[in-house]
Design a binder for this molecule. Sequence first.
Ligand code: FEO
Length: 396
Amino acid sequence: MSALKVIPDVYWVGAVDWNVRNFHGHTYSTSRGTTYNAYLIIDDKVALVDTVYGPFAAEMIENIKQIIVPEKIDYIIANHVETDHSGALPAILKLCPKAKVFGTAKCKEGLDKHYYGNWDFQVVKTGDKLKLGKKTLTFNEAPMLHWPDSMFSYLIEDQILLPNDAFGQHYATNQRFDDEVDGYALMEEAAKYYGNILWPLSPLVLKKIQELIKANIPIKIIAPSHGIIWRKDPMKIVNAYLSWAKNETKPKVAVIYETMWQATEKMARKIVEGITDAGLNVKLFDVTQSDRTEIIKEMLDSKGYIIGSSTHDNDMLPNMAGFLHFLKGLKPKERIAAVFGSYGWAGGAVKNIEDTLKEAGIEIAQPSLSVRYVPDGNELKSCYEYGKSFARIINK
Ligand code: FEO
């Protein structure tokens, strides 16, 4: 992708990573790829806001060269240390060795420990300003959104927020703006991004957004460092973040199971029938077949989770154990759950799932449902009723 004008004298000079399918060491499946967004601001002084993942450094440099010779870059703003945004810093700094790098104190620490670059670095704090000429950048520390070093930059005169990871999406397209792409896919990727990356940080997200709203900062454009730039309706993503950060949910259910010889699966399908007949939206996921990133996206705005597993070695099956471990780390709040599963003799899965969900802060809304070996007609009826009664609790 070539450089692209965001507004006069502000350019996107990033890279589109069409083919990446796993991100963050396989913690996130990027089924639609991603982008690494870097922005070049041209004024009396030239500033580059963020860079790209290292393997895309040459592409970013080519994009910069379409606008200016890289030697002319005076300032590089490092909003975030993580390598998908800082990986190209060493390469670009070789071409503009006199450029000064700006970031938080934690950013300096982090960059030093990544690149050992001994660069000219200026630590900035919330409220600090950097005059470029007619345009002015200001900075707002945003610790843990997404790392301790993170900060938002803001181009005052043009009212552009450059929040790095926040408000981003892993969404590779040849379009750059929210008014150009499929709105459904865009929000789906934004939700996936929030659910899988920012969900456990919700209290901080909420605090930061409320702080920005209170400060009455006018925002015309939100230009994150992944995915699409919000220019048509930046408040759409801000309001979605507010809702997710407040753990607001819809009356819907995600049923997630792992099965050994399909007995637990039979139970799951009947439970889904019961929920459906009670009039609720429900989705069924076999944890061994479904993409974890997608399941989490569905769980982000679902009020209820029903979790099932066959018993193996007096415990849940291992893929479910891994999934629940990941879920626990996301710290979901205000959710209710129920648990089911089949067993042969001693059992154990259901109890351990309940314990794990409780540890995750999820309330168990009704007693668990166990079936020995394969469910018969009456037991399947109980599964159906189990789904119905859970739906009634959700609807209360
Ligand atoms: Fe896109 Fe936290 O890096």
